[in-house]
Design a protein around this ligand. Structure first.
Ligand SMILES: [Fe+2]
Ligand SMILES: [Fe+2]
Length: 187
């Protein structure tokens, strides 16, 4: 592998950046594989539920797919919890950051805020505020996010549900992560 001439970015030449661009292109092309690998790691999340976090994710995406949701929605649903291993207290924001260049803004907001909306279903038993979502009551994406939690997230812990395998979702993951349609540039 060729390498750049510089040791400080400030000293880089156009050829250096052209070289790096070719390597970066290959690396970006493998993003869907890294997303799928991160999803698979949810098999190792903590126990106690009747399904793994991985099955929960597939089940939520299966329900969304069967409801006729589009690629961006289904893929966001599929990966909505992949931040759990590295960002257990802020996983919504982490996954939203991953999605932002690839899915429309309302879906990013939905994924970002889903942990706050999700307390509606368990907060009464854990000391969390079940009405924490109320502070977003006037937000244009409130209804979308409440619906996501009701239909797909809180409902997808069922070992008897006919959950589709990952193979059913791989093509959509590759379609969505093949092009940063909503990219604002480096950030
Ligand atoms: Fe979550
Ligand atoms: Fe979830």
């Amino acid at each position: 592998m060729n390498t750049v001439s510089f040791t400080r970015m400030a000293d880089g030449a156009a050829e250096d950046w052209a070289l790096l661009a070719t390597y970066e292109e290959d690396y970006m092309a493998a993003l869907p594989d890294r997303i799928l690998a991160a999803l698979e790691k949810l098999n190792d999340s903590f126990g106690g539920y009747q399904v793994t976090r991985y099955t929960h994710s597939l089940q939520a995406a299966t329900r969304a797919l069967r409801d006729g949701r589009d690629d961006e929605y289904v893929v966001a649903t599929l990966i909505h919890d992949i931040g759990d291993d590295l960002a257990p207290l802020t996983h919504g924001a982490m996954v939203a950051a991953i999605l932002r260049p690839f899915v429309r803004e309302e879906i990013c907001w939905m994924i970002d805020k889903h942990p706050v909306f999700q307390t509606y279903y368990y907060g009464a038993h854990t000391g969390d505020d079940p009405n924490a979502r109320d502070r977003f009551r006037e937000h244009p994406h409130y209804a979308l996010t409440a619906e996501f939690c009701e239909l797909y997230d809180q409902s997808s812990f069922d070992p008897d549900y006919d959950t589709l395998p990952i193979e059913e979702f791989e093509p959509a993951v590759r379609r969505v992560f093949s092009e940063p349609r909503y990219s604002q540039g480096p950030g």
